[in-house]
Structure formats: C-alpha cells, structure tokens
Design a protein around this ligand. Structure first.
Ligand SMILES: *Cc1c(COP(=O)(O)O)cnc(C)c1O
Length: 308
C-alpha cells in the first residue's frame, strides 16, 4: 500500500495579472491543478490512506462535487471500490466525472440530505465514510499546502481562501499554526447566498442557514463545522462576502490570465484581487489558495453569468 501522498506538490507563483489588479503582490497556490481538480484530494487522500491502512474495503461518499471526485480518485489509485450517492440535482457532468474515476454512482433523493441518509444506511463494518469537510484527518491533509508554501520560503502577510463547510479554513489554519504563522490573518471569502461562516461569526456560534441561494455550489454548506468557527475565536480571521456576479467575473478573468478554469467557489476568492477589495488594503504580500473545481465548464459559467 502506497505511502506516497495522493496529492501533488502544487505550483506556487506570483501572478503578474492579479498583482497588477490588486496593486500588491499576489501569490497563487494552484490547487486547481491537483489531479481530481481541487485541494480536496489533500485531506481526502490522507484520510483514505489511513482508512486503507486500518483495513477499509470500500469508501463511501455523498458528495456530487469535489469531495466525491477526490474520494473516487483516491479509491481508484488505492484500488479500493468507491460508492458515491448523489441527489438528482447533481449535474450529468459531475456524474460522468465520478464514473470516469470508476466510482459506483447511485442517484437518490431530491436533496443532499436524502442522498446522505442513503449513503450512511449503506455503511457496513468494513466501509469508511468520507465527510467533505468535518474531519480532523481532512484538516491534517489540507494543512500540507501551507507546509509547501513555507518550504518555498514565501511568508505572506495574509492568506485568502474560500469557505464552504470550513474544512479548507481548518486545514490551512492548522498548517499556518504549525509553521509559526498564527498571527498572519486569514481572509475567509463566501458568496452572499452561502455565508455560513459569516453568520456564525455574527452569532458567536455556528448557525444553520435557512437556504443556500448562491450558484457557488461548493460553498453551499448550511452550517460550518465547529472547528472552523473555533479558529475564528483563536486567530485573526476576517470574513468577506462577494456577489455571485463577482465570483463569475473572476472565473472568466482568471481563465484569460492563467488559462485555468475554476468554479465560482474559487472565483469568489479571486474576486478580491480583481476588485482590489478593501480587505486587502493593509497587506503587501497576499497568498491566494486557488482551490479549483472539477465540474466547472465554460458553457456553465457563461450561462450563470447571463442569469446573474
Ligand atoms: C470544497 C471546496 C470549497 C470549500 O471548502 P470547505 O472545506 O467546504 O470550506 C471551496 N472551493 C472548492 C473548489 C471546493 O471544492
């Protein structure tokens, strides 16, 4: 069984285009280039390797997004079968990508809740269930991206990242802590219709949103994990909201500038650079986590943009 990590060391580059737009040095950690399309493989790959060592015979996921993609990829590489239960709302494109990774895809239920219930009911004693964001194994794996930046000798004075359920934030905060960057602020970006971290910070505790109204599907967790909220109480974290239109615009501009297509969930972070957001004003060197997104297509982004 392989002990080599399932993720790649991703490129770290200083972006001329985004630096000019943001009027400060913008560094990009290019997680969009991970084989299954996003940073998720860091944490999920790590968790899957540990479950495999403990004897797991199957991986089960209920994510039709990048988490499911990462589980399917990890299972194929580790030669362990994968079952992904997704709701009927999951796009044909996402289902196809999962099947291309040899996952067994079960389409069930009108919403993620129902798909997730079926997935949990399928679990046998030798199955491992992979949560998309609320798992210490995931955070430990995500933290490796900060180790790579530190090893490259880059020390930013702020880190910009997107927040869905808060797994990325929890992992990056863990990585920053172990590299002595606990005082470096994290700028946590959400779209206005998926602002569950923002709501938690306002309420002083995690809260469930009534509904997700953003097109940034990968940010659509109604409630952030407790760990993500705890980090906001223990280190500097600033919450920033952007519109769907800004996130989509950033996706299009990033495609032109760097020839990489990312999801609106990732465009949300990039929008801070493109719009020279006031939250960046205090900082000279800003690291952006280009979290990626496997299911984005140019046609879909243009269609959303026309509707936005
Ligand atoms: C999962 C994901 C996010 C959000 O990460 P969380 O750990 O849920 O906060 C953002 N962008 C992309 C592309 C993702 O796949």
């Amino acid at each position: 069984m392989s002990q080599t990590p399932l993720h790649l060391e991703s490129p770290l580059l200083e972006s001329r285009a985004l630096s000019l737009a943001a009027q400060r040095a913008v560094w990009l950690k290019m997680e969009a280039l991970q084989p299954p399309g996003s940073f998720k493989i860091r944490g999920i790959g790590h968790a899957c390797q540990i479950h495999a060592q403990r004897g797991a015979k199957r991986f089960v996921s209920s994510s039709g997004g990048n988490a499911g993609m990462a589980v399917a990829y990890a299972g194929r590489v580790l030669d362990i079968p994968v079952t992904v239960v997704v709701p009927q709302t999951t796009t044909a494109r996402a289902q196809e990508l999962l099947r291309l990774e040899d996952a067994d895809v079960i389409v069930h239920g009108a919403s993620w809740q129902e798909a997730n219930e079926l997935a949990l009911s399928l679990l046998g004693p030798d199955d491992a269930f992979l949560h998309p964001f609320d798992d210490p194994l995931l955070w430990a794996g995500h933290a490796s991206m900060v180790d790579e930046v530190a090893r490259a000798g880059v020390v930013p004075d702020a880190v910009v990242l997107s927040v869905g359920g808060g797994g990325l934030l929890s992992g990056v905060a863990e990585g920053m802590a172990r590299n002595g960057w606990s005082n470096v602020p994290i700028i946590a970006v959400e779209t206005t219709g998926a602002a569950s971290l923002h709501a938690a910070m306002q309420a002083g505790q995690t809260v469930a949103l009534d509904a997700i109204t953003s097109i940034a599907g990968s940010l659509g967790a109604k409630r952030v994990c407790e760990q993500a909220f705890q980090w906001t109480q223990q280190r500097p974290v600033q919450s920033v909201l952007v519109s769907d239109a800004s996130a989509l615009d950033a996706c299009e501009r990033f495609l032109t500038d760097h020839r990489v297509l990312v999801e609106p969930a990732c465009g949300a972070s990039l929008a801070l650079a493109y719009e020279a957001n006031a939250a960046l004003a205090p900082y000279r060197n800003v690291l952006f986590i280009v979290c990626g997104g496997a299911t984005a297509t140019v046609a879909q982004i243009r269609q959303w943009r026309q509707a936005a």
